[in-house]
Design a protein around this ligand. Structure first.
Ligand code: ADP
Ligand code: MG
Length: 356
């Protein structure tokens, strides 16, 4: 079943079109992320789903009902923003209870629901506190409890972790995912942080300049980016110009890259076509001793490298290209550490390394 269906949704401010005609189906119960750089139209898209903004064109359906003309309060959804907007004079309990009181929920039911929500966010013992007696992470949890306590079908979260420091962000990413699983509510999560989207989502929509470029699982977005933008935006990627020849992608300098040419053929790309092959840094193998490299390996020199603890990121200049290579610490890493910058090395591609 579909929780949210957008058809031909468009938003224009003056002469500025910020969301282009766009179709999207978000499934019931999924953790769905909208990922894209700042200014690409994510918040505007969310505001059209909530009803804060009316679309210039197109329709919004919630659970099969067209709500395009329905005000926000009558849409079965709730929102969580980066600014938690808790009532400072109310206790945690009353902050969470607020919406249920407005709706005149019977006392016993209200109490059960508020306690359940506080338990969900692991703040069962914090009901009597005031917001200013909580840490940033705890305030975030209260806001989440408040967003789910009325059991809406959909909760929209617009960059909710943006104000938290890195360590707390990581913790909250796991927590949010756990909570979403527990309550089973459809989450629509907006972020410009690709790692955040990859770690939490069931599916991701990648947006750029008001368009959705790809909708897929994190693994497919990473392994099979549909366009150059997606490949470059999600994770680090070598984009290597090449030509298709006899089922292989052949670069001008760096040799033949095993790539999924069968798939390329389905897109009408024939021999001789100029393409760009996307190769993830972890799919490139570095050989510290070029003499011992396998046939087909390409020689180059180390132009830069950084040690990251569990791995190295190495730049290898090879025949006019600078390739980024990820080298695990350990044997190759140790051999690499012994080399000087400018040392000659070789790189080779693992099977089906590339994506055209
Ligand atoms: P994101 O959330 O991806 O950063 P937004 O949806 O906030 O992007 O904004 C997309 C574009 O729309 C931006 O160029 C922004 O300046 C513009 N925009 C957003 N809201 C308005 C508005 N109310 N009036 C005019 N322009 C707007
Ligand atoms: Mg935004």
């Amino acid at each position: 079943p579909v929780a949210v269906r957008l058809r031909g949704i468009t938003k224009t401010f003056g002469s500025n079109t910020v969301v282009r005609p766009l179709d999207l189906d978000i499934r019931d119960g999924e953790f769905f992320s909208i990922l894209g750089p700042s200014g690409c139209g994510k918040t505007t898209l969310m505001r059209m789903i909530t009803g804060f903004e009316s679309p210039t064109d197109g329709s919004v359906e919630l659970a099969g009902r067209d709500v395009s003309k329905v005000p926000t309060r009558d849409r079965d959804l709730n929102m969580l923003f980066q600014s938690y907007a808790l009532f400072p004079h109310l206790s945690v309990y009353e902050n969470v209870a607020f919406e249920l009181r407005v709706r005149r929920t019977p006392k016993a039911e209200l109490d059960t629901r508020v306690r359940e929500a506080l338990e969900l966010v692991r703040l069962a013992d914090f009901g009597d506190r005031k917001p200013n007696e909580l840490s940033g992470g705890q305030r975030q949890r209260v806001a989440l409890a408040r967003a789910v306590v009325g059991r809406p079908a959909v909760v929209l979260l617009d960059e909710p972790l943006g104000a938290l420091d890195q360590k707390l962000r990581k913790e909250m990413q796991f927590e949010l995912k756990r909570m979403q699983r527990e309550v089973g509510i459809t989450f629509i999560y907006v972020t410009h942080d690709q790692e955040e989207a990859l770690t939490m989502s069931d599916r991701i929509a990648v947006m750029s300049e008001g368009r959705v470029l790809q909708v897929a699982s994190p693994i497919d977005i990473y392994d099979a980016p549909a366009s150059r933008f997606v490949a470059g935006f999600i994770g680090s990627c070598n984009l290597i110009p090449a030509r298709l020849e006899a089922g292989r992608a052949v670069t001008s300098g760096a040799g033949a890259i095993p790539a999924d040419t069968a798939e390329a053929a389905t897109r009408g790309l024939a021999d001789g076509a100029e393409v760009v092959v996307a190769v993830r840094p972890e799919r490139v193998t570095l050989h510290a001793d070029p003499a011992a490299a396998p046939a087909g390996a390409v020689r180059g020199v180390i132009s830069a490298r950084v040690f990251l603890g569990d791995e190295w990121t190495v730049h290898v200049d090879a025949q006019g290209l600078t390739l980024t290579v990820q080298v695990p610490s350990g044997e190759t890493g140790a051999a690499l550490a012994a080399l000087a910058d400018g040392a000659e090395v070789a790189v080779s591609w693992t099977t089906a390394a590339g994506r055209i």
